[in-house]
Unconditional design. Structure first.
Length: 723
């Protein structure tokens, strides 16, 4: 599309947006004016989806511009257009508290809303304990907020941001679900009850017969009805599997040969928990091939055996028992095959609620996830029972934009709850799977290539078919995958690349491009523009060189999550002269020993200035004795000044663990990678400095965007080698 057509399209979108704003403003003013007469709360809308300028569906006009929305999501909204829906985001808890705070002068609540008081009562029950109080957090000005998703005839969802944390991971979001135990009567809404609908039951014990029936029904339906899920490729068999037999007396390790095609197996995804007391080693291989004593197995393994048998599987794959752990060669070979193990498995059992192998996942559910009963009294004195429970984020409806994978939309992200979802190795284990049973803290969730459903969820179920919410190209999808993956934790830095190697080998790029330490040769220039997640530029983020030998231009060199800034119509201004990595072992998608990247482009010498106490990172250049305007850049963590013997001036390098200085002034260069149209501040690239390890080469120390044109035009075209 030409620049002229893009400009015309942007003008048309602007006109539509202006008209939409005018309509919205009229409805907003009308609601504000009539709220007192109608006795409708301006904060919570009486927990009803009707009568609000942001209502969409049967009771609202879809006035807003959705031209940029994925086609699939527009279709989803159209399909649900008979359901009145209101989403209220960023409600301040301080406003809710006003509904039960008494005015000293009048003796009445500052804001008399029984619906806001209901929300406060619910928060008291869920978010006040010995560790924290949402009321105290609110009064202290902590950044917590509330969102409401009110849908006619469906459970009412409360998004609680920053309210609490669980035992294992920082949890920025907690969802609460308000529902009725049965379908509400038509008179319930007339009586002034909150708008809500029924939800499915949640078992108190994950090992109950009801849960087993749910698992078997999900798998049965998938095998019988899902065409996408039944087109399973053949020709791959794991080297070893646990043969389950008819009883625990028959358990043993079996080594298979390629002619055993057609067999199916379940695979376990689990947390090692820092150590693995029961594992396959050279010393016990022969014994375990004859018999495995079930009484020696940890609880997680025993649960996996039980579920696999219930699902009709004769074989089970567990990493610690199917890879010889003290054989480096076997580990490298089998690590390279893990993509096939999980990708071709009949089902993957994800022990998401177990922090270690000793903790069973078929157990009594934690009390935090069980429903609690509240009673709401309407203005007419009608008492309405309300059930409230935490909802696992995987059960989020698609219109909330919370889903993962299939990574087909840049606006969708999700924090999965449970210790396993922070483990680096677990990522590809579930990403590659055709079918996954997540034994999460709050629910059993079945996820396949067609849909996702929870044990306590009523249909319709969220679709997981790529393209449902829009398509993205392969490069953007890979960057989304890396963004989520790099936020996970790794026991060993050397696992950073191998643990995503299976996912990489299954990407479409693998058939046509070269894989370079987590980046792809065909999109290398834009892949290089990763940047570390905010908040870490004042601490050392790079892995020690003794533990991770990925080159500085690879995101795998960083002990931090990374992301990419979206670029609109980027024009590449550099070229790749040469790119190579030295792999460790035989796996091209595994660990690398080194990497070199030779780029040709405009280089602008500059100076780095970082101020740790202000958390500021700047670059500037000197021309004719005058300093240019400083430009902000995103440093790759804390930087350190370095000098070489016999040289004057300092260059910058990434800090090692424990190193820091309050101020860094050092020489560097700006390498321009690309530009985007329309403005003068549209150049992007890398900040490089001399390598302290390889003479004549440079290393990456940061990323920069919104660079003015004079930085590019004042540069010199040359070739640099980045290590």
């Amino acid at each position: 599309m030409s620049s002229f057509l893009i400009a015309i399209n942007d003008l048309a979108k602007g006109a539509r947006s202006a008209a939409a704003v005018a309509v919205w403003s009229g409805r907003y003013i009308s609601r504000q004016y009539n709220a007192r007469a109608r006795e409708v709360c301006l904060v919570c809308n009486n927990l009803q989806p009707y009568g609000h300028e942001d209502t969409f569906g049967r009771a609202g006009s879809r006035w807003y511009d959705r031209q940029g929305e994925p086609e699939g999501l527009r279709a989803l909204r159209a399909k649900a257009s008979d359901v009145a829906t209101l989403v209220l985001a960023d409600i301040s808890p301080r406003e809710l508290l006003e509904a039960r705070e008494i005015d000293e002068k009048t003796g009445l609540p500052k804001r008399n809303c029984r619906y806001c008081r209901l929300l406060c009562d619910i928060f008291d029950d869920f978010f006040i304990d010995e560790y924290m109080s949402w009321i105290t957090e609110t009064k202290n000005g902590m950044p917590i907020s509330v969102g409401l998703m009110i849908r006619e005839g469906l459970p009412l969802v409360i998004n609680c941001w920053g309210f609490t944390y669980d035992k294992h991971i920082l949890n920025a979001q907690v969802d609460l679900e308000l529902y009725s135990e049965s379908a509400p009567s038509p008179t319930a809404h007339l009586a002034g009850a909150p708008s809500m609908g029924p939800a499915g039951p949640r078992s108190e014990n994950v090992g109950s017969e009801r849960c087993m029936r749910f698992m078997k029904e999900c798998v049965r339906q998938c095998c019988a009805e899902h065409e996408v899920c039944t087109s399973r490729a053949t020709g791959f068999v794991p080297t070893r599997l646990i043969c389950l037999g008819q009883s625990n007396e028959d358990l043993r390790i079996c080594e298979l040969i390629p002619t055993n095609e057609g067999i199916t197996w379940a695979a376990l995804s689990h947390c090692w928990g820092g150590s693995q007391p029961y594992k396959l080693e050279r010393a016990n291989l022969l014994r375990l091939k004859q018999h495995i004593n079930s009484s020696d197995l940890p609880a997680t393994f025993c649960n996996a055996i039980e579920v696999a048998r219930e699902l009709g599987q004769r074989y089970l794959w567990i990493d610690s028992m199917c890879i010889v752990q003290d054989d480096k060669t076997d580990w490298e070979v089998e690590a390279a095959r893990m993509g096939g193990v999980y990708g071709r498995a009949f089902v993957v059992l994800c022990a998401a609620s177990s922090p270690n192998p000793q903790t069973p996942f078929l157990r009594q559910r934690d009390e935090d996830w069980l429903p609690k009963r509240f009673e709401f009294e309407t203005e007419q004195g009608v008492k309405v029972p309300i059930m409230v429970r935490q909802r696992h984020l995987l059960a989020a409806p698609l219109e909330q934009g919370s889903y993962e994978p299939p990574f087909t939309s840049a606006w969708a992200s999700l924090k999965r709850i449970g210790p396993l979802y922070k483990r680096g190795w677990c990522f590809q284990e579930t990403f590659l799977a055709t079918r996954t049973l997540h034994f999460a803290p709050g629910a059993i969730i079945f996820e396949c290539k067609t849909h996702r459903r929870s044990e306590d969820q009523l249909p319709p179920f969220p679709s997981t078919i790529p393209g449902t919410l829009g398509e993205v190209d392969d490069a953007d999808q890979w960057r989304m995958i890396v963004k989520v993956y790099t936020q996970r934790q790794f026991t060993f830095a050397s696992d950073k690349l191998p643990a995503i190697g299976g996912a990489a080998s299954n990407m479409p790029q693998a058939t046509r491009s070269t894989y370079l330490a987590g980046l792809w040769r065909e999109t290398l220039l834009l892949d290089l523009l990763w940047q570390v997640m905010p908040g870490g530029t004042h601490i050392a983020l790079t892995y020690p060189r003794t533990e991770q030998t990925a080159p500085s231009w690879s995101w795998a060199s960083m002990d931090r999550g990374v992301t990419w800034n979206p670029l609109k119509l980027p024009q590449l201004l550099a070229e790749v002269v040469a790119a190579e990595t030295t792999i460790v072992g035989a796996n091209p998608y595994g660990q690398v020993a080194a990497g070199r990247l030779c780029l040709r482009g405009r280089i602008k010498p500059c100076h780095i200035l970082t101020l740790r106490h202000k958390n500021e990172q700047w670059v500037y250049y000197i021309k004719d004795g005058s300093q240019s305007k400083k430009q902000h850049f995103r440093a790759d963590g804390q930087l350190m000044p370095e000098t070489r013997s016999g040289e004057t001036g300092a260059f910058a390098r990434r800090a090692r663990d424990g190193e820091w200085v309050s101020e860094v002034q050092a020489a560097a260069v700006f390498l321009c990678i690309a530009r985007t149209p329309w403005t003068n501040y549209n150049y992007v690239g890398l900040i490089l400095s001399a390598s302290p390890y390889v003479a004549g080469c440079v290393e990456r120390v940061g990323n920069i965007t919104n660079v003015p044109r004079d930085w590019y035009e004042g540069g010199t075209t040359t070739t640099v080698t980045i290590v």
